[in-house]
Design a binder for this molecule. Structure first.
Ligand code: OGA
Ligand code: MN
Length: 300
């Protein structure tokens, strides 16, 4: 059986989101299939596999075929608690505590996790940011909880030349404390050591994807201001770009089914979780691969 790649959201000029079928990701990955998946990611930026059955170890093994794995930053800012999942390569995207019970309304990890509802790209707040994220669905609530994706290549392409020129060479400052601050998550919930573990980092505002050579905006709720600009000016520029980038033509909503594995490319997309009844269980687990270098050390 060979794999098939079928676009789920494409226009003649814009490829975004494809469904890949004909492959069992729990089995050892054939080099030709690996390459076909990588080509699809380079072209579409978001790819969906349905009906998979993966243990944490299998999800990690599959993910490692696409690059070195970023150890989850969750552990850096949630020290001294019992984590539900043993493997440090996996970020626990569920609303469950260390015992597997639904998190209390004011639990620190829940309030931190709610920031996934803001448009972002994974780990842009780390010097070497995330490349691919591979999110696997164990338990999905009956209603709500979609994940939306925004195509930052299409958003860049849609800017006029004057806007593109204005953005050329700009550097944004990203910090996890900025995204949590937007929700007024109490910083005192984090120890001094947790806060110090994730300092602000600079990232290019426009980057070129190494696989497709397409330019894209690199934005996230983590981005607070622009280097060398008064903070309010930079903040307003980021707010305007955000508003532009998440317009309907650039956005796709993924409706989860248990057994879905979705891969997105953090270098050229943003995503956000949509609301659901958080007293119900939603158990998703994520592996993210590490980019090759800080964006300022990569080609503009
Ligand atoms: C993530 C994330 C969104 C969601 O896993 O990085 O932001 O819908 N998830 O859970
Ligand atoms: Mn995320």
């Amino acid at each position: 059986m060979s794999i098939t790649v079928a676009p789920s959201r494409s226009t003649p000029t814009q490829d975004f989101v494809a469904e890949i079928a004909g492959i069992d990701l729990a089995q050892p990955l054939k080099p030709a299939d690996r390459d076909a998946i990588e080509d699809a990611i380079n072209r579409y930026a978001v790819v969906v596999f349905r009906g998979q059955k993966l243990s944490d170890a299998q999800q990690i093994d599959f993910s490692a075929q696409f690059g070195p794995i970023h150890s989850s930053a969750q552990r850096a800012r949630h020290q001294g608690i019992k984590h539900r999942l043993e493997r440090t390569e996996i970020a626990d995207i569920s609303n469950l505590d260390g015992e597997g019970k639904v998190l209390e309304a004011n639990a620190k990890r829940r309030l931190d996790w709610l920031a996934n509802r803001l448009w972002h790209t994974d780990a842009s707040f780390r010097a070497i940011p995330g490349a691919l994220s591979l999110l696997y669905a164990h338990v999905i609530p009956d209603e709500g909880g979609d994940t939306e994706f925004a195509d930052m290549r299409a958003a860049y392409d849609a800017l006029d030349t004057a806007a593109k020129n204005k953005l050329d060479g700009l550097v944004a400052i990203h910090s996890i404390w900025h995204s949590r601050g937007q929700l007024d998550v109490d910083k005192n919930k984090y120890t001094a050591e947790e806060q110090a573990s994730l300092p602000p980092v600079p990232q290019r505002l426009v980057r070129t994807h190494p696989g497709s050579h397409r330019k894209s905006l690199y934005l996230a709720a983590h981005a607070s201001h622009i280097e060398g600009m008064p903070i309010p000016d930079g903040r307003l520029l980021l707010m305007d770009l955000m508003e532009h980038a998440v317009k309907p033509p650039f956005v796709h909503a993924h409706k989860w089914r248990e057994g879905d594995l979705v891969i997105w490319d953090n270098r050229c997309t943003m995503h956000r979780a949509r609301p659901f009844d958080t007293t119900k269980v939603r158990d998703l687990r994520r592996v993210t691969t590490r980019d090759v270098a800080p964006t300022l050390e990569q080609a503009a």
